[in-house]
Ligand binder design. Structure first.
Ligand SMILES: Nc1ncnc2c1ncn2[C@@H]1O[C@H](COP(=O)(O)OP(=O)(O)O)[C@@H](O)[C@H]1O
Ligand SMILES: [Mg+2]
Length: 140
């Protein structure tokens, strides 16, 4: 497990870029951490490394956004998911077990759909805009 302290938003974005450089087709990145901890910002860094030219916006209302760069890229935000039924209606299995790269915000809501091989990243808000970023399943 690797522990990074990010001092500002740029460092979190750059951490995302480094993560993105290490991913390959089929990778799933599970993000954990409270609102405002930097999950979407980290995702923007990952997308940058994957040559996604479209702007990454928070998919809070759409739940899944699809982008195309070096490979298909899926940005999933489960914040609004309230139960297993809603989760299963999303049809995530194909996405998570397909050839693209997926990033999942609020990944704890995946429950049994959470792929065992996934990269797990925990973000924590520290004082003075700092963030603790714990990486599991990836070396950057
Ligand atoms: N070190 C930091 N890392 C990440 N975000 C930071 C940092 N310092 C301040 N911020 C701010 O915190 C917010 C993080 O928002 P966002 O990435 O949308 O979080 P989440 O998706 O986890 O809700 C942004 O407004 C960002 O500018
Ligand atoms: Mg977010």
């Amino acid at each position: 497990m690797e522990r990074i302290i990010s001092l500002n938003r740029e460092e979190t974005f750059k951490t995302g870029e480094k993560i993105g450089e290490k991913l390959s087709q089929g990778s799933v990145v599970c993000l954990f951490g409270p609102l405002g901890s930097g999950k979407t910002l980290l995702t923007k860094g990952i997308a940058e490394a994957l040559d996604i030219s479209d702007e990454i916006t928070s998919p809070t209302f759409t739940l899944i956004s699809t982008y195309h760069g070096k490979c298909d890229f899926y940005h999933i935000d489960l914040y609004r998911i309230e139960n297993e039924e809603e989760l299963h209606d999303l049809g995530l299995t194909e996405v998570l077990y397909g050839d693209g790269i997926s990033v999942v915000e609020w990944a704890e809501k995946l429950g049994s759909l959470l792929p065992p091989e996934s990269v797990k990243i925990n973000l924590k808000i520290l004082p003075e805009d700092q963030r603790e970023i714990l990486l599991e399943g990836i070396d950057i």
